[in-house]
Design a protein around this ligand. Structure first.
Ligand code: PLP
Length: 391
C-alpha cells in the first residue's frame, strides 16, 4: 500500500493521539536499518524509543519466535509456564531482585509496583502508608495511577481528578525529598535517568540520600527502569552504576525486543501479593517470555551491555570533539544520550530525517537511543551528518 493511502486510513480510522506523525511507514528492518514502504533506507538512532536494543531482524531472535509460534503462543496463568519460570530465574540471577511478575508494558509494570508497595504496608497493618513520592519531569506511563505518578502537568490536566496520594518534588534536591517524607509515605519512585523529559540523570548523592531516607524511615525505594534497564545506560540495570539497589524495580521496552512484556522485580521481603491480589491475562505468556529469553541470550552472545558502555563513551567523546557552539550540553549515560541545542531540536531532527537518520526530540534536546548493536563506524557517520546539519 502506498504511503498516502496508509495516512488516509490512519486519519480516518485511528484515534488521533499521535498527531501528525513523521510521514513515513517502515515495513522492513535489518540491523540498525529500517526500510520504508517507499523503498528508502533509514538508520535508526531512536531504536523504537529504546525498544529495539538488539536491532532489527536478528536471526537468533526471529528463529526463536518462529519455533515458539509453531509450538504455542499463549496459555493462561491458570497453568505453569516453562518460559515464564525460566525468564523469572534469569532476571533474578542478573539483578538484585528475588522474585518477578510479568506484565505487558512499562505503565502496567509501574502500576503493579505501586500496588505492590501499597500492599506491603497494608499487610503490615499500616494501610495509612499509601503516599508515593515521585519527581517533577518524570514519566511513568499512561494509566491513571502512572499519569498521577508522572511529574508533568501536560499529561495530567485533562484527567482530573487524578489517583490520589502522589507527591512530586524537584529532582536532585535532597532537602525537598526529605521534607516530603511523612508518616504516610510508602515509597519513593524514581527514574535513575529521566528519559522522556529530555535525558536528565540523577546524581549519585541524590540516589544515596533517597536510599538512606528509605532505610531510616522504613519505606520502599522503587526504580522505574523501563527505559534505563536492559543495558541502555551501559550496565544491565542503571542502578548498577551507583551500587544503590532498589527494593522494587520495573522493566519493559527492550526486554521483549519488540514483543510487549513488562516486569516487576522485587526483593523477597516486599513481595506482598498473595493469590488473587494481582494478575494478568497475557502477562508472561509463552511467546512474550520466549522473546525476552532470546533477547537475554543475544545480549550475552553479542556482549551488548559492554558495547552500550563502550559505544556510549565513544559517542559522547565524538560529540565533545565536534566542539560546536550550537551544542549547550551533552547528557546521559551509555547509549541514552541527550544533546541539548541552543535552538528547538525539531528543525535539526527534520534535517537528520531528510538525510536518512531517525532521532527523537524533547524541546531543545535531541534524543539518541540507538540499538545497542551500534558500532564506531555507525557513530562516525552519524556525527558527520549531525555536524553538517547543525552547522
Ligand atoms: C521511564 C518510563 N516508564 C514508563 C514508561 C511507559 O511504558 P509503556 O509505554 O510501555 O507503558 C515509559 C515509556 O516511555 C518510560 O520511559
Amino acid at each position: 500500500m502506498n504511503l498516502n493511502k496508509i495516512i488516509e486510513l490512519d486519519k480516518k480510522y485511528y484515534m488521533n493521539t499521535f498527531g501528525d506523525r513523521t510521514a513515513v511507514c517502515f515495513d522492513r528492518g535489518e540491523g540498525l536499518c529500517l526500510y520504508s514502504t517507499e523503498g528508502k533506507k533509514y538508520i535508526d538512532f531512536m531504536g523504537g524509543i529504546a525498544v529495539n536494543a538488539i536491532g532489527y531482524s536478528n536471526s537468533c531472535f526471529t528463529q526463536a519466535l518462529h519455533s515458539q509460534i509453531d509450538k504455542i503462543i499463549h496459555t493462561s496463568n491458570l497453568y505453569y509456564i516453562e518460559n515464564q519460570a525460566l525468564l523469572a530465574q534469569r532476571l533474578v540471577e542478573l539483578s538484585c531482585a528475588d522474585k518477578v511478575f510479568f506484565a505487558n508494558s512499562g505503565a502496567e509494570a509501574n502500576e503493579g509496583a505501586i500496588k505492590l508497595a501499597r500492599m506491603y504496608f497494608y499487610k503490615k497493618g499500616q494501610g495509612h502508608k499509601n503516599e508515593i513520592i515521585t519527581l517533577k519531569n518524570s514519566f511513568h506511563g499512561r494509566t491513571l495511577a502512572t499519569v498521577a505518578a508522572t511529574g508533568q502537568e501536560k499529561y495530567q490536566k485533562p484527567y482530573m481528578p487524578l489517583t490520589p496520594s502522589f507527591i512530586h518534588v524537584e529532582p536532585n534536591d535532597t532537602e525537598q525529598l526529605q521534607n516530603a517524607v511523612s508518616e504516610n509515605t510508602c515509597a519513593i519512585l524514581l527514574e535513575v535517568v529521566q528519559g522522556e523529559s529530555g535525558v536528565h540523570p540523577l546524581t549519585n548523592a541524590y540516589l544515596s540520600a533517597a536510599r538512606k531516607l528509605c532505610d531510616d524511615n522504613g519505606i520502599l525505594l522503587i526504580y522505574d527502569e523501563v527505559q534505563t534497564g536492559m543495558g541502555r545506560t551501559g550496565t544491565m540495570f542503571a542502578y548498577e552504576h551507583f551500587c544503590i539497589e532498589p527494593d522494587i524495580f520495573t522493566l519493559a521496552k527492550a526486554l521483549g525486543g519488540g514483543v510487549p512484556i513488562g516486569a516487576i522485580c522485587a526483593k523477597d521481603f516486599c513481595c506482598a501479593f498473595e493469590p488473587g491480589e494481582h494478575g494478568t491475562t497475557f502477562g508472561g505468556n509463552p511467546l512474550a517470555c520466549c522473546a525476552a529469553l532470546a533477547v537475554l541470550d543475544i545480549f550475552e552472545k553479542e556482549r551488548l551491555v559492554e558495547n552500550s558502555y563502550e559505544m556510549g563513551n565513544y559517542f559522547v567523546k565524538k560529540l565533545n570533539e565536534m566542539n560546536s557552539d550550537k551544542i549547550v550540553q551533552i547528557r546521559g549515560r551509555g547509549l541514552m544520550i541527550g544533546i541539548q541545542l541552543c535552538e528547538n531540536a525539531n528543525e535539526v531532527n527534520k534535517k537528520l530525517f531528510e538525510r536518512g537518520y531517525l532521532c527523537g526530540t524533547v524541546g531543545d534536546t535531541l534524543r539518541i537511543l540507538p540499538p545497542l548493536i551500534v558500532t564506531k563506524k555507525d557513530i562516525d557517520s552519524f556525527i558527520d551528518v549531525l555536524e553538517e546539519v547543525i552547522a
